[in-house]
Design a protein around this ligand. Structure first.
Ligand code: PRP
Length: 211
């Protein structure tokens, strides 16, 4: 029996679709109502849907053997797990953005960056040799430079619509992001064969989609 944590929201639809393409019995996940745990109708797998950070927590503690979660969440996490596969779905990127006249990479003096991702932001500016003040924000990050809370933001861009509609421009790409498979460290040894079979099925389905 495998327990698999799936990330709710943005990644959910694509993850479920990939499992379906892999021949898995995900009817319960598709017609989910208010249930939280979904048994596979063909395989010995139980799925549950959680927020991205919780997906990592469940995998770290072994309640889930496997998780599907965005690289953005993994880059902010200190949790212990094995990252075993890049699914290549849920593609987006971390960007540095602000109002067109506010290119912080050329600014002298104190720089304030608003972000939901302080660890990613800290590493990025350290690499650039810039010392910045990081202001942690929990959502609607684009608002912060407009209202003057910070000089620029480091955030996720998928389509670019949110930036555009708020008059912000991209000054740099911090890194690319996509969905990853993570595995609990003990499960990786104890359930090696089941996990490997699942990874092979997903790989095969991804290959067929590419063709
Ligand atoms: C993310 C991100 C941007 C938006 C980018 O927010 O923080 O606001 O998506 O997407 P786009 O390039 O396709 O416009 P999310 O929707 O996760 O919610 P949030 O406002 O709570 O951060």
């Amino acid at each position: 029996m495998l327990a698999m944590a799936l990330t709710k929201g943005r990644l959910e639809k694509q993850s479920v679709k990939l499992l379906e393409q892999s021949g898995y019995g995900i009817e319960a996940l598709k017609n989910k109502g208010r249930a939280l745990v979904f048994p596979d109708s063909k395989k010995d797998i139980s799925y549950f849907l959680v927020k991205a950070n919780d997906c990592v927590t469940y995998v770290e503690h072994g309640v889930a053997d496997i998780g599907v979660v965005g690289k953005d969440t993994l880059l902010e996490s200190n949790a212990q797990f094995y990252e075993v596969m890049d699914l290549g779905i849920g593609k987006c990127r971390f960007i540095l953005a602000s109002l067109p006249e506010k290119n912080v990479l050329k600014k002298q003096g104190h720089i304030k960056i608003g972000t939901k991702y302080p660890a990613v932001t800290k590493r990025y500016f350290k690499q650039k040799g810039l010392d910045v003040e990081i202001i942690k924000i929990d959502g609607s990050v684009e608002l912060a430079p407009i209202l003057g809370l910070c000089d620029a933001v480091v955030d996720i861009m998928e389509t670019g619509t949110t930036l555009k509609e708020n008059g912000l421009v991209v000054f740099d790409t911090v890194c690319e992001i996509s969905a990853r498979i993570i595995v609990n460290k003990a499960s990786f040894r104890l359930k090696r064969n089941e996990i490997q079979a699942l990874l092979n099925d997903l790989k095969q389905a991804l290959k067929e989609v590419e063709l």
